[in-house]
Design a binder for this molecule. Sequence first.
Ligand code: NAD
Ligand code: TYD
Length: 370
Amino acid sequence: MRRLLVTGGAGFIGANFCHYWCAAHPGDRVVVLDALTYAGNLASIAPLIDAGALRFVRGDIGERERVTALLAEESLGTIVNFAAESHVDRSLEDPARFLRTNVLGTQALLDAARTAWGQDAGQRGCRFHHVSTDEVYGSLAPTQAAFSESTPYSPNSPYAASKAAADHLVRAYAHSFGLPVTISNCSNNYGPFQFPEKLLPLCILNLLEGRRLPIYGDGLQIRDWLHVSDHCRALELILTKSAPGETWNIGGSTQDPNLVVVGTVCDLVDAAFAAEPALAARFPRSAPAQGRSARTLIEHVRDRPGHDRRYAVDSGKIARSLGFRAATALRAGLETTVRWYLDHEAWWRGIVSGEYRQWYARQYSQAERT
Ligand code: NAD
Ligand code: TYD
């Protein structure tokens, strides 16, 4: 039986991980620590809390003493650190917030683990797993080989730089203090519970509301899309099979330009409306409800400053060593994701009526059409 602290468990990937882990390992003790920033949403894990499958604690990973006490009180020997500020555009507005949580917060969490676990953490099977991003590697030219675990770090945004700094600290705590750590660097995730500031949910919800789909620059930037359920499975393999000290790249092995991915989402929304006439009554402002193709809402806007052109992840190491392969084909994953947002209107209405509405208006009123 494992006893896990899941930080950031009320966010997108953390919540998916909690659902995945509680279903796959019902005998384990799971405690979620989350500060509930704008991106945290208790509704995403409420069924697990209500069922007694996990304990929720509201708190900041930067609260060193409190986290140390929680680790000791609950005898938690595994930490999965998802907690972070995660949106590149927000890191361009307020980098300091990213350094506070992603760098200093991670360092405080590492200290808490060291204190609570003591010198023999490795022998006792403790594990600090740090969830990081492929963005630490920077941007790839069109023909450059995909990021491997030995690609040098070259972060381009304040977000990516803060994640890179955290990765270095995690590695340094292993080297200097013998803390048993693993790190994973994954590509762009998509799926249920994703906060609507990110490209795919933003497009799905904008489509339902009849708002334009803002494509930064020429829309030919390439991301390696990974369905969040595949990511959770990869994390499970790392937590259960990896030796400490290892770093793992996790990708979805897809490399489509943003315009193509958004075009597919448009087609899937059109198809859903065609198959289910009741959707037009639920979303009367959407393009298909008004007899237009969803693609007519695509609009090119001013590019993101410093926008990375291409990410691609080489998942060869995790495939060979742990037997991981992403199982969700992009189109199939997008289809179930569109369906999830159609079926969970109450979840996203709660978000889009709050702080997000003002942020969106500010962010996208500045985005000039091109
Ligand atoms: P998210 O923004 O959806 O969720 C972050 C969660 O962390 C929220 O619940 C928030 O309340 C919580 N949080 C923020 N600051 C905190 C603090 N100081 N203390 C405690 N909790 C805090 O993020 P996500 O998309 O779920 O990403 C999770 C992790 O995965 C992050 O570390 C991110 O860098 C990494 N990652 C994400 C992606 C992606 O595509 N979403 C890709 C690669 C890596
Ligand atoms: P995003 O979801 O913010 O993830 P990341 O920047 O971490 O890759 O963006 C994914 C891609 O979509 C990225 O190339 C930026 C682009 N994008 C847009 O074109 N328009 C948007 O409104 C957003 C949010 C992103």
